[in-house]
Design a binder for this molecule. Structure first.
Ligand SMILES: Nc1ncnc2c1ncn2[C@@H]1O[C@H](COP(=O)(O)OP(=O)(O)OP(=O)(O)O)[C@@H](O)[C@H]1O
Length: 669
């Protein structure tokens, strides 16, 4: 029977839902090619070599987390192998006695010691199996934790820019699937080694009875092993190939139950669309499952036929050995028992090797991801920043996002000083947020320099600086800051890393952000979980969240505050108070970088930079900028004022959406 070398993973084509909701096929072609190259092409021999290597990695991890448990598991496995071998020896003893000449009663009496030995060996095997289960149950979660922690620790240290590169993103993403593979591999390795030791024991006993019995056992095992590897590869390739598709299905379902989407799901009928999409895309997955099942059945048939033929051959050889007098009848009986046992073990071995191989592929992804993350890690070392830092100076900085074909910042120069409010204004997409990320040390300029300056002549460029110190100097409040589904207290105190929580300061920060009374008025106060659905869960409004975010950056109390639209959801009174709070922070010696479209607030800033298409086109105080007759800032300010009837309408002079915005989004080939 001829097997196809490459499965047709395009089966099912593209669904209407995929085209409508995602604009095209969701198949992971790049990764498919990548994995086809390295692991999937691995031959049976290489795989046989790779398996113990990967199992070795898992065992080393086990050794580092819990030596006693690992030693217990290994001892129990070896013990079980020994008991299996003794079991066969006892069976041989029993059969030898039973096939001997003489009255049946005598033969049974003579076989009694071997029978007792068989019973003792069985009890021993049961005790060892229980010990192995207990020890591996203790070890498995620890190994999973160790591998996951290594992966996630590495991933969270990757440079933000690297995470923007599709190839890095995908490798890191693929690594997620293998974090529980270490645990599974350990469990499966224990299972496989258990069966293998039993089979090796059977092989040793058989070989000692007659050399020809050993190749027979191997001949039965090999076709099944081949089938296992083949099926595992197919499953793995399919899982990777459909990973985006699966993720999309999961996100469709997640939307259906997320509170923030509840309104549109019902009122706009989005739920019907999502459910329709889910059904259609799930049907494609089902088609893929059917394809896999058919292919698996095909492989099983071929492997089963091979194994069956080998068994037939084995029994033929056994027959010939017995009839030609090359083998005593009792040994023949033992051989039959051993072959029957081993064939039963084979079924479980096949299933476990199959899974083991698949898990190994996933664990390899995690290992690769962890290594790649280490290559792109933010350096641990670097020059200390001047103490205290007084100014961050940006010099001719340009920045192009990976994959974009034009820069988001072009030759930008500016200074951010302690004790001042520096405002960044400009149209959507003009580069304000990108600039704050550069200031925060999250993105490194594609060209140009960012200097952290203290006293004159004391300065460190961000690339040479100890980035941990840079991060420690900034407090970020992003436009889309995280809403942690945790307690209100955590949502404030998480702004200070792993420092112990100081509830007095949490309350002060909340007070300054005008959210203390609200939180303390909740039935569970600071222990309320800011996500409805949990016990003690509460639903906060958009503005209340924003106040909590402000409290978080207050609590962090870093010398450089970078706040992006911190008042977009606040009511007018709260907005005024929030801006006053920022100004008082500057008065107390902090640097405040304020990104906002509320130009009434920037009017009081010490210095305003106006960005347009990634360039700083104007700068100065509000008065200076308003005095420029044709200035962009003046246009924007007047357009806003006109909405309140405070200035003549000038909508026709609003800055138009720039064509280069669209160009920037186009991905480089
Ligand atoms: N991660 C990214 N990858 C590629 N391009 C990006 C990325 N983030 C932003 N951009 C692009 O960079 C340009 C500047 O974006 P940025 O978010 O800095 O603008 P902004 O001035 O903060 O806009 P807004 O006022 O809408 O918040 C935009 O064209 C945007 O599409």
């Amino acid at each position: 029977m001829k097997l196809r070398r490459k499965p047709d993973l395009t089966a099912g084509g593209i669904s209407d839902a995929e085209r409508e909701l995602y604009g095209g096929r969701l198949r992971w072609d790049r990764s498919f090619v990548h994995h086809e190259g390295a692991l999937i092409r691995m031959g049976f021999g290489q795989m046989a070599a790779a398996l113990p290597r990967m199992a070795g990695t898992v065992l080393r991890t086990g050794w580092s987390v819990d030596r006693r448990a690992l030693a217990g598991v290994v001892a129990a496995q070896v013990g079980q192998g020994v008991t299996a071998a003794w079991g066969l020896v006892a069976v041989n003893g029993i059969l030898t006695q039973l096939f001997a000449e003489g009255p049946t009663a005598d033969k049974l009496r003579d076989a009694l010691p071997a029978l007792v030995a068989l019973a003792v060996v069985s009890v021993g095997a049961a005790l060892l199996a229980a010990w192995s289960t207990a020890m591996s149950g203790r070890l498995e979660p620890q190994v999973e934790r160790a591998v996951s922690a290594r992966y996630y620790e590495a991933v969270t240290r990757v440079e933000v820019e690297a995470t923007e590169r599709p190839e890095v993103q995908r490798t890191l993403e693929a690594g997620k699937f293998g974090t529980d593979s270490a645990r599974n591999m350990l469990r499966l390795s224990v299972g496989v080694s258990n069966v293998l030791i039993g089979m090796v024991a059977a092989a040793v006993v058989l070989a000692s009875l007659h050399w020809a019995l050993l190749p027979m056992l191997l001949a039965i095992a090999l076709p099944r092993g081949w089938g296992a590897v083949r099926s595992a590869r197919r499953e793995y390739v399919s899982r990777l190939h459909w990973v985006d598709h699966r993720r999309a299905i999961a996100s469709l379902l997640a939307y259906l139950t997320r509170p923030h989407a509840a309104g549109e799901i019902r009122a706009h009928g989005a739920g019907v669309k999502l459910l329709g999409g889910y059904e259609e895309m799930s049907r494609q997955m089902e088609a893929e499952q059917r394809r896999l099942a058919r292919a698996q059945a095909h492989t099983d048939l071929v492997a089963g036929a091979g194994s069956g033929l080998a068994s037939l051959g084995c029994y033929g050889v056994l027959w010939w050995l017995l009839t030609s007098g090359g083998l005593p009848l009792a040994v023949g009986g033992t051989a039959v028992v051993a072959i029957r046992n081993s064939t039963a073990r084979l079924t479980s071995l096949i299933q476990q090797v199959n899974r083991l191989y698949e898990e190994m592929l996933f664990l390899t992804d995690t290992k690769n991801a962890t290594e790649l993350a280490a290559q792109h890690a933010i350096p641990h070392t670097g020059a200390s920043l001047p103490s205290p830092v007084r100014t961050v100076r940006v010099e001719n900085v340009s920045y192009t996002y990976p994959g974009a074909n034009s820069p988001s910042l072009k030759e930008v120069s500016l200074s951010v000083r302690r004790g001042q409010v520096t405002a960044l204004v400009g149209a959507n997409g003009s580069g304000k947020t990108t600039l704050t990320k550069i200031l925060a040390g999250l993105l490194l300029p594609t060209s140009g320099k960012v200097w952290w300056e203290g006293e004159p002549s004391e300065r460190v460029e961000v690339r040479a600086a100890d980035r941990a110190e840079v991060f420690a100097s900034v407090g970020l409040l992003a436009q889309d800051f995280p809403h942690w589904e945790m307690t209100a207290a955590t949502n404030v105190a998480i702004g200070a890393g792993d420092h112990p929580r100081d509830m007095t300061r949490v309350r002060q920060a909340a007070q300054a952000a005008d959210v203390r009374a609200l939180i303390e008025g909740l039935p569970h106060g600071w222990d309320s979980i800011c996500f409805k659905g949990y016990e003690r869960g509460v639903q906060l409004s958009g503005g209340q969240w924003q106040k909590l975010g402000n409290a978080r950056s207050r609590y962090r109390n870093a010398p450089f505050f970078l706040v992006d639209e911190p008042t977009s959801a606040l009511d007018p009174r709260a907005e005024i108070e929030a801006f006053e709070g920022l100004w008082s922070l500057a008065d107390s010696g902090h640097a405040v970088v304020l990104v906002t479209h509320r130009l009434a607030a920037t009017a009081k800033a010490d210095h305003i930079y106006v960005l347009d298409q990634g360039r700083i086109v104007e700068e100065g105080t509000h008065e200076q900028l308003m005095s420029r007759g044709d200035g962009l800032y003046r246009e924007m300010f007047q357009a806003q004022a006109a909405q309140y009837g405070l200035a003549p309408p000038s909508a026709d002079r609003l800055p138009a959406q720039r064509a280069s915005d669209a160009r920037r989004h186009r991905q480089a080939p």
